[in-house]
Design a protein around this ligand. Sequence first.
Ligand SMILES: [Zn+2]
Length: 298
Amino acid sequence: MIFCGELALDGRVKPIAGCLSMAIQSRDSGYGDLTLPAQNAREAAVLNAVSVRPVNHLSEVVEYLNGRRDLPAFKFDLDSIWDAGATDELDLEDVKGQEHAKRGLEVAAAGNHNVLLVGPPGSGKTMLAQRVSGILPPLSFEEAIETSKIFSVAGILNSDPLIVRRQFRSPHHTISDAGLVGGGHIPKPGEVSLAHNGVLFLDECPEFRRNVLDLLRQPLEDGQVTIAGATIALTYPARFMLIGAMNPCSCGYSGDPVRPCTCPPRSVIKYRGRVSGPILDRIDLHIYVTISAFVLKQ
Ligand SMILES: [Zn+2]
C-alpha cells in the first residue's frame, strides 16, 4: 500500500501535486492500493489500474488500518469524460477564404511540421492557429495520460481529471525563461511541456526576447527539456507543434498587394532578423497570409 498527502498539524490531509504520476508509479512498481487526499482522487483514478482511496483526515487512515472502518475505492466513468472533452473544438472549416493558409496548415498537421504564419495585422493568423489542434488526430489514451501527468505535476489539473484534448498554448511575448521552458526550486514544467502532444503558438514572434526564443532549440530538437533547479535537474517531455505568427515588418504591410509598407528597407531586414536563424531553421513551412476577404462563417 502507498500513502501520500500533505499532513496538516491538526491531522487534515491536504492535496498535493503530481498524484497521477504517483498512481502510474504505484502501478508500475506493483502496488495496487493508493491512499491519498480526497481532492486528488479523481486525477489518480483515471488510470483505473490501482485502487484509489481518498481520505480527508489522518484518523480515517488509522481506523482503516486497524480494521475499524472501510475506505471504499474511488471510481468514476472515464468514457463520460472522454466524450465530454471531445466536443466544442474550434473548427478550421469555420474560416471562410484563406484557402492557401488552410491548405498549408493541413499539410503541416498531416506531417507534424512546425509553421510560421507571416502576414499583416488582422489577416486572421491567430484565428487560423487556434483551429489547428482541431485537425490533428484525437489524443490516444496514453497521450492523454502523458499530458495529464504534466498538468498534474504543474498542479493545474483543476477540475478535469484527464486532459482529453490536444492543448493549444499561447504564451504572451513577455513570458520569462522559466515560464516558457519550466523552472523553480523544484523545477515545474513550462509552456513547452504544457503544449506536449499539442500546439505551442507564439504570436508576435519577433516581440519575444531573443534569449527566451532560443530556449526552444532543445525541445524542438529533442522533444524534451531539461531544467536545472537549485538541487535537482528534471527532464520533462516537450513534443509540440510550433506555430509562430509575425508581421512581415514593423508597420505590417511589407509585400502586401494593396497597402504600401512605410518601413525603411533596412528596418524590414532588422525586424525579420529578430527571430534567430536556428529557430527559423526548425520551422519547415512559412505561410504568407494576406488580408483576403476572410470571414468567420456564422
Ligand atoms: Zn513595413
